[in-house]
Design a protein around this ligand. Structure first.
Ligand SMILES: Nc1ncnc2c1ncn2[C@@H]1O[C@H](COP(=O)(O)OP(=O)(O)O)[C@@H](O)[C@H]1O
Ligand SMILES: [Mg+2]
Length: 634
């Protein structure tokens, strides 16, 4: 139910007020009427608010209707104000209407009251509605202007047929023109950077000719010399008249452009060749440095075109690693040679990482290639120096063993000579025994072959060969060394015992180097045993460990590690022997470590020392460890 109409009646005669109320109610207007007859009371009601209509007598004992009207116009201009009076001359009536009264009704013609009130109320409602609409329009215009200001996006309308252009406040601000200026194409072109002017002019001309949507980006050169970047998008709308109007947006993209330039600067400055790729691995960005290094163009390098920059020997491995990384979504790392623009190849460390979204999908790949050529060469130099040192050490050791080695070689030769005499004897008998002679001859062949084998094996250790990586049967390599050192052991009455595991996996490595380690350790054990009384024994064991490694142990019953100096024995030049070099263990350790293994020593109780070394058994892992880790890690 509608609430009753609240009417303020400014009237000194209660009867008149009653009459007015009755009149209104007879016509169905339910109302609540408050009668007042003093200025103070009018003030109080108007200030309190909630009044729908004011009906006022013109003459009152204490004050007059006109001042009540003036006051109401100020305090509540929306509330209709109708004079209901017995005395109202035409002039006064006009004056009242001018001030803002809604109507006037003479008490003598009260029949006009109801229609007048109804009209006043209707008009008041309409006014209120209009004001609300205007207010909300004004508000949304404010919001729009504010949004344009915040987003640095102005709007425009353009009718090429008339040349008429409308700009929003922000567009004026972007072009830095006063809002009183009338925008024209000429004014726009006046601000365009001279280098972009021809292009912009062309775009505008084409748009006005073709009447099609357009989008372009260009620079503005401001009067103060400041350069702005704007991005303009416009849509063509066909008007009823058949002509075209464009509605568009001008975005000031200077900040974004500067941020992008900064990122570009970082990308082109960091010392690395950078790139990005799509989730499927197709390269979609390559840094300037990459292009400059390879001498390729962006178009040549994008997608999978970069392949041709890699050394053909490395490409297969690079592609396999990259494809595996793509398939698994895991970081990628590889070393490979990249051809520079002048045809020279340099080593690079190539890496890439995937970028994931929240749900774990790959958004793209980010990669770099870092020049490691100099480091790689230094490593190689170090490796070569170490190999040379190892060689010298090997030759020295072999030199020290000359007597024993000569003895070792001598044995099969002596046997062969004996065999030859025997053979001769069988042949020079009256009845030559050819069968026996044949047996003797074949044992000569066997002995001579053994001697020749030994000699060539010894020569191998003197030779300065290049490092070779091959599958090595460690047990076999150990056995060969034992044969070589057999005479030396016998010379000092040393018993060499072996316990070599039958299930030992092969390892990937340099056979000669590994034999050198075994020889160094056995030679040290022989040295440690030379002067001891009691059992002189060397035990050589090999076994497979739980973590897919092989472990070799060479232990003796010798004098044991030097007291209080056991932690120094691996230091270069540390020796407790009068003619020692102190390099044997040092070299042995770096050989083992370059094979990805470890070498260490423990004291035996009650006598002697044990030396252990491990080597990784898996050929695959070996490759990696060797190519990645520096040769000496101390
Ligand atoms: N089996 C061993 N028993 C006792 N001490 C050893 C043994 N092997 C090495 N050492 C100690 O380690 C030192 C360093 O050995 P090494 O580096 O081979 O140099 P060198 O044999 O020329 O002394 C030896 O001088 C010795 O004191
Ligand atoms: Mg030694």
């Amino acid at each position: 139910m509608r609430r009753p109409l609240r009417i303020l009646s400014i009237e000194d005669d209660p009867k008149d007020t009653k009459l007015i109320q009755d009149l209104l109610e007879t016509d169905g207007l339910v109302c609540e009427v408050m009668r007042v007859d003093s200025q103070a009371a009018v003030l109080a009601w108007v200030e309190q608010g909630g009044i729908d209509l004011i009906l006022a007598d013109y003459t009152l004992p204490s004050f007059d209707g006109i001042s009540a009207l003036k006051f109401a116009m100020k305090a509540c201009p929306d509330v209709p104000f109708i004079f209901v009076s017995g005395t109202l001359g035409e002039e006064v009536a006009i004056e009242a209407l001018k001030i803002g009264a809604t109507d006037y009704v003479l008490k003598t013609r009260l029949s006009r009251l109801v229609p007048s009130v109804q009209r006043a109320l209707r008009e008041a409602t309409q006014r209120a509605e209009r004001r609300r609409a205007e207010e909300s329009l004004r508000q949304s215009e404010t919001y729009l202007a504010e949004a344009q200001r915040l987003s640095h996006t102005g709007s425009f309308g353009w009718r090429p047929s008339t040349g008429e252009i409308i700009w929003s406040e922000e567009t004026f601000r972007i072009f830095q023109y006063d809002q009183t200026t009338i925008p024209t194409v000429g004014l726009v072109l006046q601000r365009v950077h001279p280098d972009d002017a021809a292009r912009v002019k062309q775009t505008i001309e084409r748009a006005s000719r073709d009447g099609k949507n357009f989008e372009h980006e260009y620079r503005l050169l401001m009067p103060d010399g400041f350069v702005k970047y704007v991005h303009v998008v416009a849509h063509a709308l066909s008007l009823e008249s058949g002509s075209i109007e464009f509605a568009g947006a001008v975005m000031d993209v200077t900040a974004a452009k500067e941020a992008a330039d900064k990122v570009r600067l970082i990308i082109d400055t960091v010392p690395g060749l950078l790139w990005t790729a799509r989730p499927d691995g197709a390269v979609d960005f390559i840094s300037q440095r990459w292009l400059e290094y390879t001498g390729m163009t962006l178009e040549q390098g994008l997608g999978w075109g970069w392949e041709s920059a890699y050394h053909s020997d490395d490409l297969e491995q690079i592609l396999a690693t990259w494809r595996a990384a793509l398939a698994e979504g895991k970081p990628y790392e590889a070393e490979a040679r990249l051809r520079s623009f002048d045809g020279e190849y340099r080593w690079f460390l190539c890496r890439a990482c995937p970028l994931f979204d929240h749900s774990g999908h790959i958004l793209g790949w980010y990669g770099s290639a870092t020049d490691i050529h100099d480091r790689k060469q230094a490593e190689e130099g170090l490796r070569q120096a170490q190999a040379a040192l190892a060689h010298v050490s090997r030759v020295t050791t072999m030199g020290e063993l000359t007597a024993s080695l000569a003895h070792e070689v001598n044995q099969p030769i002596t046997a062969a000579v004996t065999g030859a005499s025997t053979c001769l004897r069988w042949l020079t008998r009256d009845h030559p025994d050819v069968e026996r002679a044949r047996e003797a001859a074949s044992s000569i062949v066997k002995d001579a072959t053994r001697a020749a084998d030994l000699v060539s094996r010894i020569r191998l250790h003197f030779k300065k060969g290049t490092l070779k990586r091959e599958l090595v049967d460690v047990n076999e390599a150990i056995r060969e060394m034992i044969t070589l050192l057999d005479s030396e052991a016998t010379r000092y009455s040393i018993l060499v015992r072996t316990e070599l595991a039958a299930d030992l996996p092969q390892i990937m490595g340099d056979r000669l180097e590994l034999q050198q380690v075994t020889m160094n350790l056995i030679a040290n054990s022989i040295d440690a045993l030379k002067d001891v009384d009691g059992t002189r024994e060397i035990a050589i064991k090999s076994r497979r460990t739980e973590n897919e490694q092989i472990e070799i142990c060479i232990s003796d019953t010798g004098i044991g590690l030097p007291p209080r100096q056991a932690d120094q024995i691996f230091n270069p030049f540390f020796t407790t022997k009068p003619h020692g070099t102190g390099m044997g263990l040092r070299i042995s350790r770096s050989i083992i470590e370059s094979h990805g293994g470890r070498l260490w020593a423990v004291d035996n109780s009650p006598r002697g020392a044990s030396f252990y070394f491990t080597l990784p058994a898996e050929a695959e892992d070996r490759n990696d460890a060797r190519s990645r880790s520096p040769s000496v890690r101390h």
